[in-house]
Design a protein around this ligand. Structure first.
Ligand SMILES: Nc1ncnc2c1ncn2[C@@H]1O[C@H](COP(=O)(O)OP(=O)(O)OP(=O)(O)O)[C@@H](O)[C@H]1O
Ligand SMILES: [Mg+2]
Length: 253
C-alpha cells in the first residue's frame, strides 16, 4: 500500500496551508495534508475540530479562506479552475444518504450518470446494476429507499457515487447515523473499496476501521492536524497529549 512518498506529483489530494473562517470564527488554522493515489487516510478528532470543513474544502463545498487544495494535480482553489469538472472525479458520501424517495434504488444510481455524464439509459442501467452488485444490493434494485434499512440506504448511496467512476472518494462519518448492528455492512463495503485500491479520505469515529484499513490516520483538534502517521503509531502509541486524551475518551464509550 502507498503509505509513503506522497509528493505533489503523485498526490491524489494535496492540501497546503489551508485556512477556513466563518465570519470571525477560525475553523481551519493551517492544515497540510497529502493523500497519495491508492491511499486510505482516516481523519479523526473531537466534534467541532474541523474535520467536515476540511473534507468539504477538498471539493470546494466550502471555499477556503487561504491556502491551496490540489486534486489529482489540479489546483481547485485557483480562480480559473473548472470545479464542476474536478467534482465529477470525486465521490462524496455523507452521514445522510439523500436518496430520492420517489425513485427506485436503481433509478437513484442512474440519475446522475444520465444527467451529469450523459450516459445512455442502457449504459447507466448496466453500470448501476454492476455497482449495486458491488455493494451487495443487487436484489434491492427495484425497491424504494423507504423500504431499505439505513445500512442498505448508505450502501446504495455508495453505489451511486461509484457509478460515476470517481478517482477518489470522500466519506464524512458514513456510519454515524446508523444503528450499531448496521455499521459493519457499510464498513465492509468501504474496506473492499480500499482493497481494490480506491483513494479514500474518511472522517470517522470508527477507530477499529481506522486501525485496520487506514494507511494513515490524521488526528485533528482545534482546526489543525495535531499528529498523523500509521494507525498503529497514532492510535496505538500517540505522541501528543491531546491525541491520547481523545483516544482515552472515545475508547471508554
Ligand atoms: N457553515 C458554517 N457556518 C458557520 N460555522 C460553521 C459552518 N460549518 C461549520 N462551522 C463551525 O466550524 C466548526 C467545525 O465544524 P466541523 O463541522 O468542521 O467539525 P467536525 O470536526 O466535523 O465536527 P463533528 O465531529 O461534530 O462532525 C464548528 O465550530 C462549527 O460550528
Ligand atoms: Mg463533521
Amino acid at each position: 500500500m502507498a503509505g509513503h512518498a506522497a509528493t505533489t506529483d503523485t498526490a491524489a489530494i494535496s492540501v497546503r496551508g489551508l485556512h477556513k473562517s466563518f465570519g470571525p470564527l477560525a475553523v481551519l488554522k493551517g492544515v497540510d495534508l497529502e493523500v497519495a493515489r491508492g491511499e486510505v487516510v482516516c481523519v479523526v478528532g473531537p466534534s467541532g475540530s474541523g474535520k467536515s470543513t476540511l473534507l468539504r474544502c477538498v471539493n470546494l463545498l466550502e471555499e477556503p479562506t487561504a491556502g491551496t487544495v490540489r486534486v489529482a494535480g489540479v489546483e481547485v482553489t485557483h480562480p480559473d479552475c473548472d470545479i464542476d469538472g474536478v467534482r465529477r472525479r470525486i465521490g462524496m458520501v455523507f452521514q445522510s444518504f439523500n436518496l430520492f424517495g420517489h425513485l427506485s434504488v436503481l433509478q437513484n444510481v442512474m440519475i446522475a450518470q444520465r444527467r451529469v455524464l450523459r450516459r445512455p439509459a442502457a449504459v447507466a442501467r448496466r453500470i448501476a446494476r454492476e455497482n449495486l452488485d458491488r455493494v451487495g444490493l443487487a436484489e434491492k434494485a427495484d425497491a424504494y429507499p423507504a423500504q431499505l434499512s439505513g445500512g442498505q440506504q448508505q450502501r446504495a448511496a455508495i453505489a451511486r457515487s461509484l457509478a460515476m467512476n470517481p478517482e477518489l472518494m470522500l466519506f464524512d462519518e458514513p456510519t454515524s447515523a446508523l444503528d450499531p448492528e448496521l455499521v459493519g455492512e457499510v464498513l465492509a463495503v468501504m474496506r473492499s473499496l480500499a482493497d481494490e485500491g480506491m483513494t479514500m479520505m474518511v472522517v470517522t469515529h470508527e477507530m477499529g476501521f481506522a486501525r485496520e484499513v487506514a494507511d494513515r490516520v490524521a488526528f485533528m483538534d482545534g482546526g489543525a492536524i495535531v499528529e498523523s502517521g500509521p494507525p498503529a503509531a497514532v492510535l496505538g502509541s500517540p505522541r501528543q497529549a491531546r491525541t491520547r486524551e481523545f483516544l482515552h475518551r472515545v475508547l471508554q464509550q
